[in-house]
Design a protein around this ligand. Structure first.
Ligand code: VGL
Ligand code: ZN
Length: 251
């Protein structure tokens, strides 16, 4: 697994059944596969990055921040950089300090064992900015993460960067990474946007379908189609031969 990073997107309780506030249907089915990928006797990733959606209360993406609007409605908003955009409003999720924001325990325990090979990308921390892609977060220690600084929480936000200049890209390049394998939640939002950034930043990008689930079925199918058309490699959700396919792609 030379020069290949594993990106584990948002495997957090709020995106998982049975109690997540924004659970991806059957999201729990991805856990054994991710645990397999984190088995050090089977895989030797030089770099692993987990991402964490990590919102303050009153985040711009929450329906409760914009009464009387309801979750899943689209709403035109202006963000903290002054950009007008259409926000899909969400139920409150992944709020800093809550159980829902934590990375699922079995995955977290395995990640802790990779010690200095694993980092955390925390995103969505600025109250006035939506951020789906792991390339839009700041990079910190996995086992001893730092809280967001003022510019990453409520101050003047960092200038928007091209994906190739983002903190995650710079980190991966510094480590000599050329290829990334992406797994996690949710296929149609954070996984999709992370994969778009990864392709734009010229990483050879593989999506492991069996280890991801989406919020909507149509959104998930569209995401796979678009990523394939942009040069991403997608292993289908039902593919039982994924193990061999990753190893062949890695050569
Ligand atoms: C996500 C919606 C809102 C995700 C995060 O992780 O896919 N989706 N925030
Ligand atoms: Zn979010």
């Amino acid at each position: 697994m030379d020069r290949i990073a594993l990106l584990i997107i948002d495997v957090q309780y709020d995106f998982l059944p049975p109690s997540g506030s924004l659970a991806a249907e059957h999201g729990e089915e991805i856990l054994p596969i991710i645990e397999d990928l984190l088995d050090e006797t089977k895989w030797d990733w030089p770099v692993i990055v987990a991402s964490q959606d990590y919102h303050p209360r009153d985040h711009i993406s929450f329906a409760t921040t914009h009464p009387p609007h309801k979750p899943f409605e689209p709403l035109l908003l202006k963000d903290a950089r002054g950009t007008n955009y259409e926000q899909t409003l969400w139920p409150e999720h992944c709020i800093q300090g809550t159980k829902g924001s934590e990375i699922e325990e079995s995955v977290k325990e395995k990640l802790d064992k990779w010690s200095d090979k694993v980092k955390l990308s925390r995103k969505g921390t600025h109250i006035g900015l939506e951020a789906y892609s792991a390339f839009e977060g700041y990079i910190t220690e996995f086992s001893n993460p730092s809280e967001p600084t003022l510019e990453w929480s409520s101050g003047k936000p960092p200038e928007s960067t091209l994906p190739e200049q983002s903190p995650l890209s710079l980190y991966l390049r510094q480590k000599g990474i050329e290829k990334v394998v992406i797994v996690g939640l949710a296929t149609d939002f954070c996984v999709f946007q992370t994969a778009l950034s990864s392709i734009s930043a010229s990483f050879d990008t593989l999506l492991l379908g069996p280890a991801m689930r989406g919020i909507s079925k149509e959104g998930t199918e569209k995401a796979f189609e678009r990523l394939r058309s942009m040069g991403g490699t997608v292993i289908d959700q039902g593919d039982t031969n994924w193990n061999t396919k990753i190893r062949d792609w890695a050569k």
